[in-house]
Write a protein that binds this ligand. Structure first.
Ligand SMILES: Cc1cc2nc3c(=O)[nH]c(=O)nc-3n(C[C@H](O)[C@H](O)[C@H](O)COP(=O)(O)OP(=O)(O)OC[C@H]3O[C@@H](n4cnc5c(N)ncnc54)[C@H](O)[C@@H]3O)c2cc1C
Length: 471
């Protein structure tokens, strides 16, 4: 527990109204999108970068853990203050500082909500493609820290492709600038790319310069139903062979579909025998979209689709996306505990991964609805169990088996949610001791006192540090 002297110093930096010690606030800020919770000692809500620098300096001097937090939608426990200390919420830094059409950049503070940025840039005909499904709530700072992706990543890339430059505060309070506002920039080590995806463990992002592109004028959407994941994968291969690069290419398996059908009150969304659904969107000029959506339908038909629906207007497009959007709430209803994984494998290994998921589910007696991004091999594998010690243990061993399989297939433990707290103990499955030691030296170069977001990414060495509990 940190002293009242530290709390008073924080108040002198950000103002008493922006330091909270009451238990309901501490508990509310001790969680994220996972079921983990650890209350911080203090919640501090700075309004400016210089205040963040002063708080960081204080934490380094007094060896107080400091945990940055955006909107708290993270799916790997990244913003959960595992070791207590100060929770630094960036929510008050929420201005779009500049929208520059000549340079095609937006300069934003980290607390800007992703969909607010989308709306602002689209009003002037521009486009910021990164689109995590959480975009109505997640912050740009959190997107940067996790290198967030989304359905559009296959065609447009993930957050890192759009971060041109950063302003950030190091744990000792020093302010730095990285990158700039040009697409090309190879001067020195690429510190921007190092900070993007560093899960709030290297520096606190206080401002970002983001790349924008012209908004594609037209979009068309199709969904196709298949009797096996293998035939859906063949559909994907065929449409790529027809030289179509879809703006979204989402795969939903039969178990996920059944969960949504149940959640929506038993409506039949798919033909009987459906084991996979593909949701495919193309964008571009009117002529290109008309030609490409035809190729998409042909590719799906040739791969054995049992039904193909094309949206004729915005309302029908919304209806086609409905199944995808209802997945999260639907899964919550089928079991109280979700081990939420976002593994990624090379695209060609998706059928093998889906077969392995089915086998793992059977072997461990757990339900594993799976859906995700068929273009980039990033699948959300959700291990659903009852809230008992025995069921959690079964889920944990199913999760380990999943990770081992993913690494065997040449993939990675996480494609967009990050390692955070939830997967730290598995880091050694993907990296050697030499590689982990090198990463730790990078962490040490940024944060020699080890105060910034401790307990994340690296497996715990110190058994005295307790792991936060699931709620
Ligand atoms: C329903 C749902 C759907 C989701 N879908 C997707 C998806 O499609 N794609 C995807 O990628 N993710 C998805 N996520 C996960 C999550 O929304 C993303 O990881 C998002 O980027 C987190 O943003 P946030 O502002 O909520 O960050 P938080 O949860 O607050 O923090 C996440 C991490 O970022 C760090 N951080 C936050 N702000 C800063 C900063 N300014 N400087 C340094 N570090 C910082 C924190 O310390 C923490 O480690 C989903 C989550 C939910 C709940």
């Amino acid at each position: 527990v940190i002293s009242s002297d530290i709390a008073a110093l924080c108040e002198s930096i950000v103002g008493a109204a922006h330091v909270r010690r009451d238990e309901p606030t501490r508990l509310a800020y001790g969680t994220d999108g996972t079921s983990y919770c650890a209350a911080p000692d203090l919640v501090v809500l700075p309004g400016r970068a210089d205040e963040i620098a002063a708080i960081a300096r204080l934490c380094t001097e007094h060896l107080v853990p400091l945990v940055p937090r955006g909107a708290g939608t993270g799916y790997s426990g990244g913003a959960v203050p595992a070791h207590g200390g100060i929770l630094l919420s960036l929510e008050r830094l929420n201005r779009i500082v500049e929208l520059n059409q000549a340079d095609l950049v937006a300069v934003v503070e980290p607390g800007v909500i992703t969909s607010d940025l989308h709306a602002a840039v689209e009003r002037v005909g521009l486009f910021y493609p990164p689109d995590p499904a959480s975009l109505a709530r997640s912050s740009i700072g959190g997107n940067i820290a996790e290198n967030a992706g989304g359905p559009r990543a296959f065609k447009y890339g993930t957050t890192k492709q759009y971060v041109l430059g950063l302003e950030a505060v190091l744990p000792n309070g020093d302010a730095i600038r990285t990158g700039g506002r040009t697409v090309k920039n190879v001067a020195g080590y690429d510190l921007t790319d190092l900070i993007v995806g560093s899960e709030g463990t290297l520096a606190i992002v206080t401002r970002a310069t983001l790349r924008l592109i012209p908004k594609p004028p037209e979009t068309a959407t199709v969904r196709a139903f298949f009797e096996s994941v293998g035939s859906a994968a063949r559909g994907v291969d065929r449409l790529l062979a027809a030289r179509v690069l879809p703006a979204a290419l989402e795969l939903i398996d039969g178990a996920s579909l059944a969960a949504v059908e149940w959640h929506l009150g038993g409506v039949a969304l798919a033909p009987p025998g459906t084991a996979a659904l593909l949701l495919i969107e193309v964008d571009g000029s009117l002529a290109a979209v008309a030609a490409e959506i035809g190729h998409v339908e042909r590719a799906c038909a040739e791969a054995g689709a049992t039904r193909i629906d094309r949206a004729r207007d915005a309302a029908e497009r919304e209806e086609l996306w409905r199944v995808r959007r209802e997945l999260s709430p639907a899964l919550k209803q089928i079991a109280p505990i979700k081990f939420n994984n976002d593994v990624v494998v090379p695209k060609g290994k998706i059928p093998e991964l889906c077969a392995a998921v089915e086998r793992i589910g059977r072997d461990h007696g757990v339900l594993v609805p799976t859906f995700g991004h068929a273009g980039d091999g990033n699948l959300h594998v959700n291990i659903m169990v009852e809230d008992t010690r025995e069921a959690r243990d079964r889920a944990a061993s199913a999760e380990r088996a999943l990770f081992e399989e993913v690494i065997r297939l040449g993939g990675a433990l996480t494609g967009e949610h990050g390692i955070g707290l939830t997967k730290a103990k598995y880091l050694g499955l993907q990296f050697s001791d030499v590689e982990i030691a090198l990463m730790k030296r990078v962490k040490h170069a940024f944060d020699p006192a080890g105060i910034l977001n401790p307990g994340k990414i690296f497996p715990a060495e110190d058994s005295d540090k307790s792991t936060p509990q699931r709620r």
